[in-house]
Design a protein around this ligand. Structure first.
Ligand code: NAP
Ligand code: MG
Length: 471
C-alpha cells in the first residue's frame, strides 16, 4: 500500500491542507494499490500564488536558459524509463506496448519544443510595426488519466518554451504516475514556482484554476462536457483557453484500398490505448459492396487480438481504467444492441478468466447507421462501429456528419485520391494510409472537439500574447 501525501508547490514537496483521501485501485485486479491525499482550494491558491511570483522572473529568461531547463527535464525523465513504463501499466492499465511508446513520446516532446525554440522568432515585423510575442502568464494545465505524463510533458514543455509558469492538475487516478514525474521535474532544478502540481478533484482544484483571476490561460485535455464548464468559467476573467476534447473519428476505406492492410490498421486505430483514446478511429466507413470481405478480415484479425494482463508483452488490449469506465462501455454496447446494430465480434461482459479486472471484449458492430448513439457519441473503449457507404461523396458526408472533428483516417491505393478526400474532411488531423504523430504539425479539433491547437508553431503561439509596437 502506497500513500501519496505530498503535492508540489514553489519547488518543494508539501503536505496539502486538504484532508480527503482517494483510493488508487488497480484496473487489472480491482485491488487497492494505495491512496492519495487530495489538495483543496487553498492548496490550489497557494500553487497559483507561487506560479504568479515565479512568472516575474521566468518570463524574462533567455531562449538559451529555457532550452537548458528543457534538456534537464528530459535528462531526469530519461533516467527512470522502467519506472515510468511500469507505473503506467500498473496504475492505469495501459499495455506494456503502449506504455513503452508513450514513454518514448514523452522524451521526444522535449526535442520538438527545443527545435521550435531554435527557430521561432519571438519578435516579428507585421505591417510597419514590431510585434513582440510575449509570455501569456500563469497557465493552468488540467488533464485526464489516459496519457497523464504524456500530457504533462507536452503541455509543460511548451509553457516553459513560452516563458510561462504553471499549475498542473492531473487526474487523481494518476497519482503514482504524477508522483514519479514530479520527482524527475524536481531533480531538473527549475526555478521555484515554475511548475506546481496539485492532486485533487476537478470540481475543487480544477474549478479554482478556472476561476482564479491570476490564471491567464488554461490548457485542458478531457471530455467535451468538462471543457464547456471550464470555458464558461474562464470567460469571467477572459482567460485564454486551449481545449482538446473528445472525438468520434471516421476512418474512410476507399474501394481501391488494399483491404488486407487497411482493415488491420483500422482495428489498431480503434483499439489503440485500450480504446481510451480521443483520436481513436471509432467509425469505420467501408464500401457497401465490400462488406463481406471486411467482415471476414475483421474476424480473422479479432482472433489475433490478445486481451490480457497489461504487464504481458503480448497483450494488445488491457483493462478500462476504472470500474466506472467499464460500466460506461458496457452501457454503450447494450445501447448498440438496443438500437439494432449487429455484433460481429465481442459483446457484453468480461472475457473468460479476466473477471477480476475492468476488461472489455473488443467489440465490432456492423449494420450501424450514422445517427445511432454508438456512431455519434464517444464511447472511450474498444468498440468499433462499421458503417457502409455507396459513393465517395456519401462517405465524406457521413464522415462529416458528427459534432466532433478531432482526427480522421483515409485509406486508398491512390495517394492523390486519398489526398482529395482527406481535404474534404472537417477534422484537425487527417491520417492518410497510416497512423503517425507529427510533433511539429498542429493538433486539435474542429467543432466540439475543441478550441485551439497544440504542437508546432501554432501550439507555442497559444502560450504567447502578441504586442504590436507602433511608431
Ligand atoms: P474529464 O472528466 O473531462 O476530466 C478531465 C480533467 O478535468 C480531470 O483532471 C478532471 O478532474 C478535470 N475536471 C473535472 N471536472 C472539472 C471541473 N468542473 N472544472 C475543472 N476541471 C474539471 O475527462 P476524463 O473522464 O478524465 O477523460 C476522458 C475524456 O477525455 C474523454 O472524453 C476523451 O475524449 C477526452 N480526451 C481528449 C483528448 C484530446 O486530446 N482531445 C485526449 C485524451 C482524452 P477529475 O479527474 O477529478 O474529475
Ligand atoms: Mg472526470
Amino acid at each position: 500500500m502506497k500513500t501519496i501525501d505530498k503535492i508540489y508547490i514553489n519547488g518543494e514537496f508539501v503536505t496539502p491542507q486538504g484532508t480527503e483521501y482517494f483510493d488508487l485501485i488497480s484496473p487489472t485486479t480491482n485491488k487497492i494499490l494505495g491512496k492519495v491525499l487530495l489538495g483543496n482550494q487553498k492548496d490550489t491558491q497557494n500553487a497559483i500564488a507561487a506560479a504568479k511570483n515565479a512568472f516575474e522572473t521566468f518570463s524574462k529568461t533567455t531562449i538559451e536558459e529555457r532550452i537548458q531547463y528543457l534538456k534537464n527535464m528530459q535528462a531526469s525523465i530519461e533516467k527512470r524509463k522502467e519506472d515510468f513504463i511500469n507505473t503506467m501499466v500498473e496504475e492505469y492499465g495501459g499495455t506494456l506496448q503502449f506504455a513503452t511508446i508513450s514513454y518514448e513520446y514523452m522524451l521526444k516532446s522535449f526535442n520538438s519544443v527545443i527545435e521550435l525554440l531554435n527557430t521561432y522568432k519571438f519578435s516579428k515585423i507585421m505591417g510597419e510595426s514590431e510585434v513582440q510575442m510575449t509570455s501569456i502568464g500563469v497557465v493552468g494545465i488540467i488533464i485526464p488519466w489516459n496519457s497523464s505524463n504524456g500530457f504533462i510533458c507536452s503541455k509543460l514543455s511548451t509553457a516553459i518554451a513560452a516563458g510561462c509558469t504553471t499549475v498542473i492538475k492531473p487526474s487523481e487516478m494518476s497519482a503514482q504516475q504524477t508522483q514519479l514525474i514530479t520527482e524527475c521535474l524536481h531533480e531538473a532544478k527549475l526555478p521555484k514556482g515554475v511548475f506546481n502540481i496539485v492532486n485533487g478533484l476537478g470540481e475543487v482544484v480544477g474549478a479554482e484554476i478556472s476561476r482564479n483571476p491570476d490564471i491567464a490561460k488554461i490548457s485542458f485535455t478531457g471530455s467535451t462536457v468538462v471543457g464547456k464548464i471550464i470555458a464558461k468559467e474562464a470567460i469571467n476573467t477572459m482567460k485564454r483557453v486551449t481545449l482538446e476534447l473528445g472525438g468520434k473519428s471516421p476512418n474512410i476505406i476507399l474501394d481501391d484500398a488494399n483491404f488486407s492492410e487497411a482493415i488491420p490498421l483500422a482495428m489498431a486505430a480503434a483499439y489503440m490505448n485500450n480504446g481510451q483514446a480521443c483520436i481513436a478511429g471509432t467509425r469505420l466507413l467501408v464500401p457497401e459492396s465490400k462488406l463481406d470481405e471486411v467482415k471476414s478480415l475483421i474476424k480473422n484479425i479479432a482472433a489475433t487480438i490478445i486481451v490480457d494482463d497489461p504487464k504481458k508483452e503480448t497483450t494488445s488490449v488491457g483493462p478500462m481504467v476504472s470500474a466506472k469506465q467499464y460500466e460506461r462501455v458496457q452501457n454503450y454496447i447494450q445501447t448498440g444492441i438496443d438500437e439494432g446494430a449487429e455484433i460481429l465480434i465481442g459483446g457484453l461482459g468480461k472475457p473468460e478468466g479476466l473477471e477480476n479486472g475492468n476488461f472489455v471484449k473488443p467489440t465490432v458492430f456492423v449494420h450501424v447507421k450514422n445517427n445511432m448513439r454508438i456512431a455519434q457519441e464517444e464511447i472511450f473503449g474498444p468498440v468499433l462501429s462499421v458503417i457502409t457507404y455507396k459513393t465517395e461523396e456519401e462517405a465524406i458526408k457521413i464522415a462529416n456528419d458528427t459534432t466532433y472533428g478531432l482526427q480522421a483516417y483515409v485509406s486508398s491505393s491512390n495517394e492523390e485520391r486519398a489526398h482529395k478526400v482527406a481535404s474534404q474532411i472537417n477534422a484537425g488531423r487527417v491520417q492518410i494510409n497510416g497512423i503517425k504523430h507529427d510533433p511539429m504539425a498542429p493538433f486539435g479539433g474542429f467543432k466540439q472537439s475543441g478550441i485551439g491547437r497544440e504542437f508546432g508553431i501554432l501550439g507555442l503561439e497559444a502560450y504567447l500574447e502578441p504586442k504590436a509596437l507602433i511608431r
